[in-house]
Each structure stands twice: as C-alpha cells, then as structure tokens.
Design a protein around this ligand. Structure first.
Ligand SMILES: Cc1cc2nc3c(=O)[nH]c(=O)nc-3n(C[C@H](O)[C@H](O)[C@H](O)COP(=O)(O)OP(=O)(O)OC[C@H]3O[C@@H](n4cnc5c(N)ncnc54)[C@H](O)[C@@H]3O)c2cc1C
Length: 467
C-alpha cells in the first residue's frame, strides 16, 4: 500500500465521495476511495449491515430513488476504482494519509486528495444530557436505519433543524411511540426568510410535510421551547423544558434524541493544511475553498458537508464539481457547460440552506448561560464552571483552556464539546466566539487503540531508519 506511487485519494463514500469517484473514473483516472464504514452511502444513504432486509422505501422514504442511484453509482465502478471500505483515515501529513483498516495500520501516499468527510451531530449540552437514554439525533437515526430499533419507549426529540422532524417522522413511521417533538426555534422565525426557503422547492415541501404529518398523527409538536434538563436516577426518566410562555413542563420518556442540525467534519482538512475561517452562520471554523471545492493551497479538494453543511443533493453536486476542478487542474479537458450547470444548481441550494440556518438557528446562547455544574466534556468530566475559570487565561484562547482543564482531550477530540466550550469561554470573557479560536485538529482524529497507534509508530521508525 505505502509502496504505491502517489495518486488520487478520496476520503468518504457518501454522496459527495461517490460522485467524485464516478466523475474521476469517467475521465479515465485511477483513484483510491476509503471510508471507515463497512458499506457505502454515508449518513443519509447509510446501508444496513449485510443480511438485513428492510426495503429501500422503508429505510429512506422519499429518498429511496436517490439512495439506490448513489449505491448503484459506486457499485458500477467495479475494478476501475480501488474502493477500501472499513478504512479510517486518522491522520494526514505531508502527502500521506495514515489509515487503520482490515489489515491494521497503513499509509496511502497521494498527490491530490478529495475530502468528502461529511458532517456529525451538533450538540449543545444541558443538565443531564449524559444520562443513559439520551442520544444525539443522528445516533437515534442510526439505531433505526442500521439496526431497526428505537432508542426508548416512549421517545422525545428535542433540538432544532431539519433532522428533528425527519427523525421523529421516521420513528413514528417505523412504529415507535414518540411522546413529543420539542423545537427551540420559534414558529414565526421562518417568515422573514421565506423567499430564501422557497429556493428549496421539493426539499422545503418535504420539511413542511413531516411537520404536518406529525401533527396529524397526534404527536405534540412544540416550538419556541427551552431545554431545562434530562431527569432520572440512573437512566433517563423524563425531559424537562420551558414552553414558549416560560412555564416548566415535564414529559416522561426513556429515550431522548437531541440535536441542532449538523456540523462539518473538518479535522482532516485542517491536518492536510487547509486554511480555516470562521463562518458566522454555522458558528464553525471551516476550510477555505472556492466554489468548486478547491482549497486555497495544495492539491486539496473539499466536497459535500465537510466543506460546509448543505445537504445531500448539494453533496452530490459538490462531489462532481470537486472532481472536475481536480481534472481541470491536471490539464484534462472537462465539460465546461456541465460545470456551469452544476454551479448554478449548487447556488440555488445554497440560497435555501442559508435561509434554513436562519429559520432554524442553533441556540448557542443556551450554552453561554449553563449552570456551572453542567458537564460539557463528557470524556474528561469537565464542567461549564471549569471552563469559565479559563476566563483569566492569557491569551484567552480555547487551546489554552484545553491545556488547563483537559476539555476536548478525550475520545471525541473536542468534536462534540468544542463548540459549546468555545461559547462558554467567550461569554466568560465577554468577547465574540470567533475570538477564542478553535480546538486545533489533532491526530488521531477518531479514537485509535494504543495497539494500533504503537504499530503505526513502529512502522514510522522502521521507515525513517531505512531512508
Ligand atoms: C448523523 C446524520 C444523519 C443524517 N441523516 C440525514 C437524513 O436522514 N436525511 C437527510 O437529508 N440528511 C441527513 N443528514 C445530512 C446528510 O447526511 C448529508 O447532507 C449528506 O449525507 C452529506 O453527504 P456527504 O457525502 O458530504 O457526507 P456523508 O454522507 O456524511 O459521508 C461522509 C463519509 O465519510 C466517511 N468518513 C468521515 N471521516 C472519515 C475518516 N476520517 N476516514 C474514513 N472515512 C471517513 C464517513 O464514514 C461517511 O461515510 C444526516 C447527517 C448526519 C451527520
């Protein structure tokens, strides 16, 4: 693997990575595609384990046709693509991707890389969120999609964003008992951005359909709520929230799905050398790239939600555009008319996405006022109060707070707790969240066993000795 000449590496076999691979192969290029998942499809078109027989219509609903198309696209590439499932990229440095796959640790040398690493749940902690029975929205969906089971009985979904209604709909549809859907966004927040939402066309209509369907099915849907706590002795027994009039409410449940849309997975982009810039709408540091996904330096291309969350249809377009940019940069003739059409479609989707973020904003202000004793970093048991102590640090920067408190040093590497920790530190300092910076990307980007890490170190040492 490591002895191969450097070529094109794609990380991520979701809709973006799949379309990038398809485009490259269609132009006669060889490429390696790796994904840590055992089966392709990414998050939205996640496939159940081999042998599970739930039909595509039940798994993907309105998206069944698109799911089939993306799965078929990858399957059709056959041996023209070197596809390596079950392979995690845990570090990138100097043109080498460090991997952990079925045969253990490895290295893939590349001269161009397409990063299509997708997104993950955006979490805003609150008292009790670490109780057994509380899941992220994505985790709740994975339980249903991949394993065909519900996270509790009954289940409450709380947060905001399109996934809130979609996952609740999928649960009810699959026969689970959903006690309520609690949305932190206000019902009227969509009105000022309605013209932008209309650019969403079918996608917007589907969102409205899920909301209406849930209400018609008798599921209580409450907007403008404020989370108070997840309550229970040893495991979740109820969720407490304040309704839009400020009255405290309690709903008994054994499963709670929480989430505020999703955030881009950007660690590999940072390790690969991308410049990062703060995006005020997403409240996240994102890799800088042009409209086609071409990073500012190096032969790095960003595609899909990893370049900024825009949804599955945009991910397919961005996968194609990134591959076309790569081909053009290598002097290979591409269809410029097609490129222009893809860009036009992407711009329309981006108008919709921007309006959606404004209509269903993640309530980061809630993190800023959390009680001192609330756990923020669950891996290291670091509380909001611990982070606030960092207010006196100079420079008032998140990585300093990490060094002093260990926030973000655990298994998630700050991917879950980092955004909330930044908000808390910024509020304590009385400054904008962009001013406290971000937790720098560190390898391994996802948990790696000590055995695998040691094997990689031994291989590196042997390689250095042989040079
Ligand atoms: C949990 C979750 C559930 C979602 N469910 C829905 C839904 O039901 N409907 C909907 O419309 N949208 C959903 N979304 C949003 C939707 O998934 C995305 O908009 C779309 O899938 C983006 O496609 P993508 O190809 O950019 O990324 P993804 O589909 O996320 O694919 C990224 C791929 O990269 C792989 N990967 C990431 N990091 C590494 C690494 N270091 N090494 C190797 N492989 C890696 C992942 O395993 C994954 O397969 C969901 C998002 C999340 C996070």
């Amino acid at each position: 693997m490591s002895g191969e000449a450097p070529g094109i590496l794609i990380v991520g076999a979701g809709p973006a990575g799949t379309r990038a691979a398809e485009t490259l192969v269609a132009h006669g290029m060889a490429a390696i595609l790796v994904d840590e998942g055992q089966r392709s499809g990414g998050q939205i078109y996640r496939q159940p384990p081999q042998g599970f027989t739930r039909p595509a219509e039940a798994l993907y609903g309105f998206e069944a046709r698109k799911a089939r198309s993306v799965h078929a696209a990858l399957a059709s590439l056959g041996e023209a693509l070197d596809y390596r499932p079950g392979t995690l990229v845990w570090n990138i440095e100097k043109g080498i991707a460090h991997t952990l796959g079925p045969d253990g640790v490895g290295r893939i040398a590349f001269d161009s890389i397409v990063l299509a690493t997708g997104a993950m749940d955006r979490v805003i902690p609150f008292p009790g969120w670490t109780l057994p029975g509380v899941f992220t929205m994505g985790g709740a969906q994975v339980a249903l999609k991949a394993q065909g089971c519900a996270i509790g009985e009954p289940v409450v979904f709380m947060g905001t964003g399109p996934l809130l209604y979609l996952v609740a709909y999928q649960y009810v549809h699959a026969g689970a008992r959903v006690a309520a859907v609690l949305d932190t966004s206000r019902a009227g927040a969509a009105i000022p951005v309605l013209p932008g939402l209309l650019w969403g066309g079918r996608t917007f209509a589907k969102g409205l359909w899920y909301m209406t369907w849930l209400r018609a099915a008798g599921i209580p849907v409450r907007a403008g709520i404020t989370p108070v706590a997840a309550d229970g002795e040893r495991a979740l027994e109820a969720v407490l929230y304040r309704d839009r009039r400020g009255r405290e409410r309690r709903i008994a449940c054994t499963g709670l799905g929480i989430g505020y849309s999703v955030k881009s997975e950007v660690q590999l982009a940072e390790l690969a050398g991308c410049e990062m810039a703060f995006d005020p709408l997403a409240q996240q540091w994102l890799p800088e790239a042009d409209e086609d996904g071409r990073a500012l330096k190096g032969s790095i291309y960003l595609a899909g939600d990893g370049a900024g969350v825009a949804g599955a249809d945009a991910a397919e377009l961005r996968g194609r555009l990134a591959a076309l940019a790569l081909l053009a940069d290598r002097g290979i003739a591409i269809d410029r008319a097609l490129q222009a059409r893809l860009r036009g479609r992407l711009r329309r989707i981006m108008r919709f996405r921007n309006a959606l973020e404004r209509a269903l904003p993640a309530p980061f202000h809630l993190a800023r006022t959390l009680p001192d004793e609330t756990v923020i970093c669950r891996c290291e048991a670091i509380t909001a109060g611990d982070i606030r102590q960092g207010r006196a640090l100079e420079p008032a920067e998140l990585n300093r707070a990490k060094a002093f408190t260990r926030v973000g040093m655990g298994r998630c590497q700050g991917r879950v707790c980092g955004p909330a920790a930044a908000q808390i530190l910024a509020a304590a300092r009385g400054c904008d969240v962009a001013e406290v910076g971000r937790l720098r990307g560190q390898a391994p980007v996802k948990p790696l066993s000590i055995r695998a890490g040691a094997a990689a170190a031994v291989e590196d040492r042997a390689r250095a000795a042989s040079i």
